[in-house]
Ligand binder design. Sequence first.
Ligand code: CMC
Length: 395
Amino acid sequence: TGMFTYDPGFLSTASCQSSITYIDGDKGELLYRGYPIEQLATKCDYLDTCYLLLNGELPGAGQRDDFHKLVLKHTMVNEQMQFFLRGFRRDAHPMAVLTGLVGALSAFYHDSTDINNPEHRHIAAIRLISKMPTLVAMAYKYGKGEPYMYPKNDLSYSGNFLRMMFGTPCEEYQVNPVIERAMDRIFILHADHEQNASTSTVRLCGSSGTNPFAAIAAGVACLWGPAHGGANEAALNMLEHLQANGGIAKVGEFMEQVKDKNSGVRLMGFGHRVYKNYDPRAKLMQETTNEVLQALGLENDPLFALAKKLEQIALEDDYFVQRKLYPNVDFYSGIVQRAIGIPVNLFTGIFALARTVGWIAQLNEMISDPEYKIGRPRQLFVGSPRRDVPELAQR
Ligand code: CMC
């Protein structure tokens, strides 16, 4: 009609003003509240990063202590959640379960349901950050048929998560500090990424004033897809498939398939809407992968060798160079998570856990913006013009 800008996939539409995360896609730079991701990943832990994303500044020593205590205080979920969980098939995809569990939280906390009340938003944020590890671990244990491990609040955020995942009531669980640090870093690297599909979903969903837990459940649902958070699962499946079908010797053949548009095969973990350079998270993830494999005596992991070979070929190949396709965060995250013992179908759940803080920070920013309105895109209508319903015999 000429009244609206038609922009499929929002390639050139800014949906909001934000002061949380900055990406320079050409340089391959990522800043949370101005701080480079490389510095946050080495000098801070995940909860510091959460505090930063939510409040705009890093916590001072006292604030840090209080925030850690506050988050760890809320790690348990209502006992009723276990009955809800039992309604799922044991072989359900963990993302299906997680979407349900996060949505179900909206039924439990009547003191944090009003998105327009800053106190409600604050306590909902704390609860979500606290409870996501519990929910992800519950979904995992349920699929395995093992008892759910209650949180243990004298551990770190990541240590507690690892224990809920891999501990059993039969014996003490020893947290491996290298794995604990790696888990924490995986969380930091996934904590926010400005207006990606799931974050935009959370904003749009929240713009109607809905319950904050329900808005986050919408983000979880969106993240599930293979073009978004599901890419880590797809990337690892791709590597395993390639390894089972000839490994490094067949890499050339596989790359020909990737470059053939009719094959439908993409190099998963490569390419990004915003990064037209190396994704800085992929670099840090590769480093962490190295550390974890070494600590576990898995330096010769064939999938890591395969991934590095694919990367090397891609970075020199015209197809990838011309299109500015580089590894993204998901290219290595699967290898490190697999080494930690996380099953492939839970990778996206880990991403959801880590991204929850970004979703809430963005939701809160939107609600606090005096210009905020319900999100309501328009359309270019291309269907039939007005017509009359014919009698049944004439159809
Ligand atoms: N393998 C092969 N070709 C690719 C790939 C790839 N991974 N990614 C993009 N291309 C090609 C694509 O075919 C197109 O070529 P042409 O211009 O000749 O038609 C060109 O590069 C541009 O791609 P696009 O699909 O138009 O770009 P987009 O911005 O719409 O999509 C993307 C970005 C991330 C969905 C896409 O690169 C992709 O599908 N990558 C694989 C999945 C993946 O790793 N996703 C994780 C993204 S990062 C984490 C997250 O956001 O959750």
